[in-house]
Design a protein around this ligand. Structure first.
Ligand code: F6P
Length: 500
């Protein structure tokens, strides 16, 4: 292990590919050269090349909502025109960058930021804030960044106990500006500001919104110049690159936010231009497709060997399962494969939790091992600790791949458990951006290979609709449930119990 900057082309194993200095080694996928050829041929047959071109060209690849999926434009630092219905969206995008930079420059005297948002309006900025906090020597503003997502008041109470109302700023982040958790939490925080003695003028100064529904944000009472727009062509779970990423710029500076976008943009350029055989997101997608063809894959895991990336699997869960957790294809017919369950957490902690099942359980669970070449600290013990961290990562992958024979069946490891190794040269805003864009593009590739529209989420809506009559019954009692409320006997009994 060396701490000098990584020259990624040097000493790469034959099974490895690289892009934007990120190395992907697929050696433990057990895929022969002939099988790789078949996989690339099937990707071509699924029109993956055309899909990638259509995505970047702003074609309406989100068929059910008749929209493009143009989140790549949000990180298009080269500002090459991106035409949507004949208009270059880069004009609006750069305008928002400019506004973010201006806001960063006048962000003084702020002790607390309360970022209110859920799902895609939460995971991305939260992951980035957490991850970058671990970067040695990163410039960071002296203020507390609080994330408020759940409607559970526990988090709200904890945040309001700590924040100083007179120097708090509130960012309400919601693409739709109708998400109940977010609007309720926002109202509660505004009520807290009022109850703490803030004047109307002070409250107006404190409130910001990031949304694709500007009229609703205005209606909520947010001043127009405090509203940062994004657009319906940005999916919520792909939105951290928009002003949803505002906390990154406020906490670490606009330059760091730009570096984050820059890493993602570099990965986009690779995804758009590299042939399928050298294309990291495509190769990663094909490894999963291959394992699905070989085994009944129900789950896959992403294990970053870095505490800094502990939020990464949570972010990835929404990205993959909300995008591709579907059984009906783009043609309205049932699909053969779709997203397995995604889970993970930081290694080596994860080894001491659920790796037993990876090694000896009945399920085959493909794993992405994610490691960072450079230690995340300058402390004297950092290199020694980092060696142990990396050796754990490499050892797990090898043990899973080859297994172990033994006389005692209890000690047998079956082996042939597939994994990828992803190696980042270091973790900073640039490589974090590259990592997230790598996975976003992998998710989109998988959608294309499975024939799934990765950009809608119709399945999340029904539960939200049902929650409304249930809430009403929790207020007025189950006697008032009407047949049109669609509440079944089990739920009615639970409401009764909760009301007793
Ligand atoms: O419930 C799912 C979802 O619609 C996600 O797709 C989205 O990220 C989240 O809710 C939050 O939505 P919004 O940003 O509109 O508040």
């Amino acid at each position: 292990m060396s701490s000098r900057p990584l020259q990624t082309s040097e000493n790469l194993p034959n099974s490895a590919h690289t892009a934007v200095d990120v190395v992907l080694d697929t050696a433990y996928q057990n895929i022969t050269a002939a099988k790789w050829s078949e996989l690339f041929a099937s990707a071509r047959k699924s029109n993956l090349t055309e899909f990638i071109a259509d995505m970047f060209a702003g074609k309406h690849i989100n068929l059910s909502e008749d929209r493009p999926a143009l989140h790549s434009a949000l990180r298009n630092l080269s500002k090459t025109p991106v035409l949507l219905d004949g208009q270059d969206v880069m004009h609006d995008v750069t305008n928002v960058w400019h506004r973010i930079e201006m806001l960063c420059n006048k962000w003084v005297g702020v002790t607390d930021v309360i970022h209110i948002g859920i799902g895609g309006s939460d995971f991305g900025p939260r992951l980035a804030i957490e991850a970058l906090a671990h970067v040695p020597g990163i410039e960071s503003r002296e203020m507390r960044m609080h994330f408020l997502a759940n409607i559970d008041t526990a988090e709200l109470a904890r945040i309001l106990d700590r924040a100083q109302p007179n120097s708090t700023r509130v960012i309400i982040v919601s693409k739709s500006f109708t998400t109940l958790e977010t609007t309720m939490n926002a109202k509660a925080v505004v009520a807290w500001l009022k109850a703490s003695g803030c004047t109307k003028g002070q409250i107006n100064k404190s409130l910001f919104a990031v949304t694709a529904n500007v009229p609703a944000a205005k209606e909520f009472g947010i001043e127009e110049d405090h509203i940062f727009p994004f657009w319906d062509w940005v999916g919520g779970r792909y939105s951290v690159w928009s002003a949803v990423g505002l906390p990154i710029a406020l906490q670490y500076g606009f330059k760091t936010f730009e570096e984050f976008l820059g890493g993602a943009h570099a990965m986009d350029l690779h995804f758009k231009n590299a042939p399928l055989e050298e294309n990291l997101p495509v190769i990663m997608a094909l490894t999963l497709l291959h394992q699905q063809q070989e085994h009944d894959i129900k789950a896959y895991a992403a294990i970053p060997y870095a505490d800094a990336l502990d939020w990464f699997p949570k972010w990835l869960q929404q990205l993959d399962m909300e995008s591709n957790g579907k059984s009906i294809g783009r043609d309205g017919k049932p699909v053969k494969h779709s997203s397995p369950v995604v889970f993970g957490s930081a290694g080596s902690n994860a080894q001491h939790s659920y790796f037993q099942l990876f090694h000896q359980g009945k399920e085959v669970i493909p794993i992405d091992f994610i490691a960072i070449r450079k230690p995340m600290s300058d402390r004297p013990e950092a290199l020694a600790h980092h060696r142990i961290l990396l050796s754990n990562c490499l050892a797990q992958a090898q043990a899973l791949a080859h297994g172990k024979t033994a006389e005692n069946p209890n000690d047998v490891y079956p082996g042939k458990r597939p994994s990828n190794l992803l190696l980042l040269p270091e973790l900073n805003a640039f490589y974090l951006g590259a990592l997230l864009a790598l996975y976003e593009n992998r998710t989109a590739s998988l959608g294309a290979l499975w024939n799934i529209n990765s950009f809608d989420q119709p399945g999340v809506e029904y539960g939200k609709v049902l929650a409304k009559p249930i809430e009403k019954a929790l207020v007025s009692g189950s006697d008032h449930i009407s047949p049109t409320d669609s509440i079944d006997d089990v739920t009615a009994a639970r409401i009764n119990f909760l009301n007793s």
